[in-house]
Design a protein around this ligand. Structure first.
Ligand code: SAM
Length: 272
C-alpha cells in the first residue's frame, strides 16, 4: 500500500532538513506543496526533480481526490512553505482523510518554529500549550486570553510583526506583567530571543519596531498561594457547620481542607 509522507522543511536555514526528508522527497511519485514556487527553490537546492502539485488553503478540499488517485498506486509527500505541514499550515484535512481511507501516514520528525522557540526561551518546557495564530480582533483576543488566565503551562503562539506591540499590550493587561520571550527569525541571520517582563519587552519593541517571523513564548499563570484563614473565619465556619447538625470531626475535616489549618488546630479551637 502507498504511503502519505508528512515532510517538514526548513524554517529559514536550508541546512535544517533531515537526510531522510531529502530521500523521501527524491523517492515519492508526487510532492503536494503549499506553494510550488517556494518548494521548487528547496528542491533545486538539493537537485531533486520529483513532480510537484499545489495543495494550499484554497484548494485543499478539491485536491483530495487527485491526491488519493495517486496514492492508490504510489507514494506522495506533503510539504508546506516552511516547517511542519499541519502546524498552522495546510495538512490536517489530508492527513485525516488518509487515515479514514486506511492509507498509511508517515510523519517525519523535523523543523517547526515551536520547539526551538520554546527551548530557547528559558521558560518551563515540561508542559506547554500551542495556540497557533492568536485572534486578530481586539475583542476576540481579549476573550480568548481570558479563557487562559489560569493556565499554568507555558503558552506558545505565532504572531505577525505588525501586530506584536498591540498584542503585547493586551497580554500585559489580561495576564499581568508576566515573563515573555519573543523568538524572532529562528535559524536565520538575525535570530533574536527578547526575554523579560511583558512591559519591558513591549517597551523594547515600541522603541524598535520588529521585523521578520515571530513566536511568542509566554509564562504560564503563577501558582496561586493558598491564603490561610484567620481564627475568626475558622470559628464562624465551625459554628455554621455545627449549627447545621454536622459532627465536630466532620466539620473539622472539611474546614481543615478549606482553611489551610491543621485538623488538630481546628479541634483545639472548637474545644477552647
Ligand atoms: N508550519 C510552520 C511550523 O511548523 O512552524 C508554521 C507555519 S505558519 C504559516 C508561519 C508562522 O510560523 C510565522 O508567521 C511565524 O509566526 C512562525 N515562524 C515560522 N518560521 C519562523 C522563524 N524562522 N522564526 C520565528 N517564527 C517563525
Amino acid at each position: 500500500m502507498a504511503t502519505l509522507y508528512i515532510v517538514p522543511t526548513p524554517i529559514g536555514n536550508l541546512e535544517d532538513i533531515t537526510l531522510r526528508a531529502l530521500r523521501v522527497l527524491r523517492e515519492v511519485a508526487l510532492i503536494a506543496a503549499e506553494d510550488t514556487r517556494t518548494t521548487r527553490i528547496l528542491l533545486q537546492h538539493y537537485s531533486i526533480t520529483t513532480p510537484l502539485t499545489s495543495y494550499h488553503e484554497h484548494n485543499k478540499l478539491i485536491k483530495l481526490d487527485r491526491l488519493f488517485e495517486t496514492l492508490q498506486t504510489a507514494d506522495v509527500a506533503l510539504v508546506s512553505d516552511a516547517g511542519t505541514p499541519g502546524i498552522s499550515d495546510p495538512g490536517y484535512e489530508l492527513i485525516l482523510a488518509a487515515i479514514e481511507r486506511g492509507i498509511r501516514v508517515e510523519p517525519l520528525p523535523g523543523a517547526s518554529a515551536i520547539i526551538p522557540a520554546l527551548v530557547g526561551s528559558g521558560l518551563p518546557t515540561d508542559g506547554f500549550v500551542y495556540l497557533g495564530f492568536l485572534p486578530r480582533k481586539d475583542k476576540s483576543l481579549r476573550q480568548f486570553l481570558g479563557t487562559l488566565q489560569q493556565e499554568r503551562r507555558t503558552l506558545l503562539a505565532y504572531e505577525s510583526p505588525n501586530r506584536l506591540t498591540d498584542t503585547l499590550a493586551v497580554l500585559a493587561e489580561v495576564f499581568g506583567d508576566r515573563q515573555i520571550c519573543v523568538a524572532r527569525e529562528l535559524s536565520k541571520k538575525f535570530e533574536t530571543f527578547q526575554r523579560g517582563r511583558l512591559t519591558e519587552v513591549l517597551a523594547h519593541y515600541q522603541a524598535e519596531p520588529p521585523r521578520g517571523e515571530i513566536v511568542l513564548v509566554i509564562a504560564g499563570a503563577p501558582p496561586v498561594e493558598p491564603v490561610e484563614w484567620d481564627e475568626a473565619q475558622v470559628i464562624a465556619a465551625l459554628q455554621e457547620r455545627l449549627d447545621q447538625g454536622e459532627s465536630l470531626s466532620s466539620a473539622a475535616r472539611s474546614i481543615a481542607a478549606e482553611s489551610g489549618w491543621d485538623r488538630r488546630r481546628v479541634y483545639a479551637l472548637a474545644n477552647k
